[in-house]
Design a protein around this ligand. Sequence first.
Ligand code: FES
Length: 167
Amino acid sequence: MELNHCGGAATMPGDVDEGRRKFVKKVTVATLALGVGGVALQTGRFLNPNVLYEPARAFKVGELASFPIGSRIVIEGRGVEIVREREGMHAVSLVCTHLGCLVKPVENNPDVGYACPCHGSTFALKGEVLGGPAPKDLPWYEMYMDHTGAIVVDTSKVNRERTKLVV
Ligand code: FES
């Protein structure tokens, strides 16, 4: 055995190389493990995406008998009011076209149908802007009667012609 000047065992050049080799091997294995782990994590996220599920935009609001002629019925949680008149029925959005507050139906006022509590916009019974900062009329949504006789409102489709559902 070779001794160094302090009397301890001297390190041979081959021992240093072996130590370096082990160190480089450990770093390589750790790097590969991190890489494989990262790929596995991304694959898992791809297969299980972080998705927010929204409620269906087409939904049943009830049977025809639930909407007598002359009624105005707010569908809670949907931001829609169903209005049935002698000529037919329509679904009007209750989301203010200014900044999105829910407007309140105004009862017993032939001139004003809806009022927004946030900044004071008012709308006629058919949704036309009467006053306030709202830039557009309240839209109407498409609606139809399905094969079971239920009335369905589809908030993904605006009824631009404002045609009533004749039932
Ligand atoms: S959100 Fe309705 S008037 Fe501003």
